[in-house]
Design a protein around this ligand. Structure first.
Ligand SMILES: C[S@@+](CC[C@H](N)C(=O)[O-])C[C@H]1O[C@@H](n2cnc3c(N)ncnc32)[C@H](O)[C@@H]1O
Length: 200
């Protein structure tokens, strides 16, 4: 039986390198680690801070026979996680993802973060750049009629303040994503006139 991912998780999976050490932070059901195992990944941590998701992750790992390559770890963000090459943080709010990434204590030139915020992508982008991270690429992921962005991120060491335009749209040039951001901006301009030029 092979793992079936929804389009959102599939887009995330396609941005992960399968030849290194991988950690899926906030794994919940662990479908993504099991899919990556089926794609050839041999060293994957499925981590979560809550016991319920960890139980569900263990059941999924057994269901797909991935227990030799996928191990479950309890951790708040990356606090208890050993060094990894590709770190996925998906399906959480932008502020929480920003906290998890900026707390990472084992970054090297090779470290990559694959980030998919459900909300407040602009706060995530601002925090990343203020802390010396940069976005290499963004792709659109759609799920249940909603549009999200998935960011591929690395540490550059250069701290930058980004523009409002880059904070809201990032490196995602897809018209579907940009339209969804503009819909949100229409509500935000009611309390912040300075954002109005971004609607053009
Ligand atoms: C909505 S689920 C997303 C699951 C999966 N990553 C996805 O994108 O489908 C969010 C998961 O993050 C976990 N989580 C929340 N805060 C966390 C933290 N500080 N560290 C690790 N996991 C966390 C929750 O327990 C939950 O399982």
């Amino acid at each position: 039986m092979s793992v079936k991912l929804d389009p959102r998780l599939l887009t995330i999976a396609e941005m992960v390198r399968t030849d290194g050490k991988i950690c899926d932070v906030g794994t919940d059901h662990a479908l993504l680690p099991c899919y990556l195992y089926e794609q050839g990944a041999k060293n994957i941590i499925a981590s979560d801070v809550n016991d319920g998701p960890l139980k569900s992750a263990e059941a999924t790992i057994l269901q797909y026979g991935a227990q030799n390559c996928v191990r479950v770890m309890k951790s708040d963000g990356l606090r208890s996680i050993p060094p990894c090459d590709d770190i996925i943080v998906a399906g959480m709010g932008g502020e929480l993802i920003a906290r998890i990434v900026t707390e990472c204590a084992f970054i090297t030139e090779n470290t990559r973060f694959i980030l998919q915020p459900m909300t407040k992508a602009e706060i995530l982008r601002r925090t990343l750049y203020e802390n010396g991270f940069e976005i290499l690429e963004e792709r659109t992921a759609e799920s249940s009629g909603k549009t999200y962005t998935v960011m591929l991120v690395r540490f550059s060491g250069t701290k930058t303040n980004i523009s409002d335009e880059f904070a809201f749209f990032g490196k995602n040039t897809d018209e579907v994503y940009r339209s969804s951001v503009k819909e949100r901006l229409k509500k935000l301009v009611r309390s912040n006139e300075a954002l109005k030029p971004l609607l053009k």
